[in-house]
Design a protein around this ligand. Sequence first.
Ligand code: 536
Length: 359
Amino acid sequence: MPSLFSPLSINDVTLKNRIGVSPMCQYSATDGMPGDWHFVHLGARAIGGAALVIAEATAVSPEGRITPGCTGLWSDAQGEKFARIAHFIKSTGSVPGIQLAHAGRKASAYAPWMGVGNLAETDAQAWQPIGPSPIPFGGPLTRCPREMTRTDIARVQSDFVAAARRARHAGFEWLELHFAHGYLGQSFFSPIANRRADEYGGGFEGRARFVLETFAAVREIWPGRLVLSVRLGMTDFLPAGQPIEESIELVRRLKTLGLDVIDPSLGGNTPDVSGVPYGPGFMAPIAERVKREVQIAAAVSWQITEPQQADSIIRDGQADILLLARAMLSDPHWSFHAAKVLGRPDYRSVLPPQYHRAT
Ligand code: 536
């Protein structure tokens, strides 16, 4: 059996293989409500044989959306819509997951096919983004965030807890907190975005505080039998960003607080991506390093498209779980095709019985 198809248990959750669907923004919600699009998009990928399907970056409050079309979990009505999706994913034998997010200073933007950068301030759908410091992201995101007060910080943290409770009631078994890509959690940790003079800024302890406090508050209400992961930008690959050693130390602290899985990614705190070493599987060495130095289960994503490459990342112990996005867009049945290519004799069983005549 290829390593890619070995099961993995974390707490009381068992993944039937190592293939997960990474959260992918669809910009297709109305008032934060997931609709038929999300049901079919996520449901189809669960049918396709992935062991884990994580719903897109879902905002904990309206101002935490990236775009007006982002999903949210700030209301019980949104929770009910998500429950249908979670239950369907579960019925296919896949684990339903969701990523909770707050876009911070990168909020109030156009969906990629609607425009570039921030919504015009005169647009009725635009809103005032918030962030650790009044510094715009830059590039096409020109809008200056309002510096968060201590009250704002406490409110956003309780929004994360309330959304996590709704995710649990909706039937999700895997919760990921999005602290990467320059969004709110990441921006508090970044010396590029965070210039605060209070206890939420400054050195490592101050810049790590928002992430650690938010994680600890969610951990209190998220059951120990389920899985809690964090997507953390490990580095911006720029000299002015946080050193990767700081990020590894943050993962160490998160582990002490009960982190189950680290999902390493890019910092994304500036529009300058000149240092990012793009190429097939370029995050795998970073996942491997965090996994080894912190002794924690790790996911890996970014430019993983080939079954052989995916299988060797698992076989060599660089990561425990693959989170695929673009590969899943081009082929929702990626797992089935991977099983075939890797010579799994019962590759047809990757798909449900309704699809057993697939070739
Ligand atoms: C990739 N993206 C990540 C998104 C949505 C937009 C595209 C997200 O995490 N919700 C990206 C990665 C790293 C830095 C910038 C953008």
